[in-house]
Design a protein around this ligand. Structure first.
Ligand code: ZN
Length: 196
């Protein structure tokens, strides 16, 4: 069956619980690239992500351009968030997404996790429009990684609407690592991935 990976940046937030309800209802999974300050605020949501076999991802602590930081600064941004996620879920993040997609050689070698970009940008953060975000998701193809933000209500509403429709179209909705494995790719530390 064709598959897609829904990925959610910048959360968790107040609407993340509703998204998790929908994922559970449809036996779907997502990948969450979390910010440290929000990870600290929403430990129950993170625990539930783990229970639902969603993938835990690191999106830094304070959303800086990591390319402007020293090695020590990059490590601190990553380790602080990994610590909050580990405290909440009892597991470390397995993937990371650099804020603004900003990466250089130092970031690649310092982060120590596979770096997951995207092949479908829904522009949900900009439009905050449910219909256009749903349509972006429905137009995705096999192997696409879809960029969304669970801190916006419209984005969560769009995902809740699109999940059953994509399943109806025959898609499996899986995590980034599940999709990589299904496509025969081994995720390597410090390497950028856009789709599978
Ligand atoms: Zn972000």
């Amino acid at each position: 069956k064709p598959m897609i990976a829904l990925t959610f940046d910048d959360g968790p937030g107040k609407d993340t619980g509703r998204l998790l309800d929908a994922l559970e209802k449809y036996n779907a999974r997502a990948t969450f690239f979390m910010l440290g300050n929000n990870a600290k605020r929403y430990p129950k949501e993170i625990q539930r992500m783990k229970e639902l076999n969603c993938e835990l991802g690191n999106h830094s602590t304070s959303h800086p351009q990591l390319t402007k930081l020293s090695e020590e600064g990059i490590k601190k941004e990553i380790q602080t968030t990994s610590g909050y996620i580990h405290d909440a879920a009892g597991a470390d993040p397995t993937v990371m997404r650099p804020p603004y997609g900003a990466v250089n050689a130092l970031v690649k070698q310092t982060v120590g996790l596979p770096m997951i970009f995207w092949s479908v940008d829904t522009l949900d953060w900009k439009t905050k429009n449910v219909e256009s975000t749903v349509n972006s998701i429905l137009n995705a193809k096999d192997g696409d990684i879809i960029l969304l933000h669970d801190i916006h209500k419209a984005s969560v509403d769009a995902a809740i609407e699109a999940i059953p429709k994509m399943i109806e179209k025959g898609f499996q909705i899986v995590t980034v690592s599940e999709m990589a494995e299904a496509k025969g790719k081994t995720l390597e530390l410090g390497v950028k991935y856009f789709s599978f």
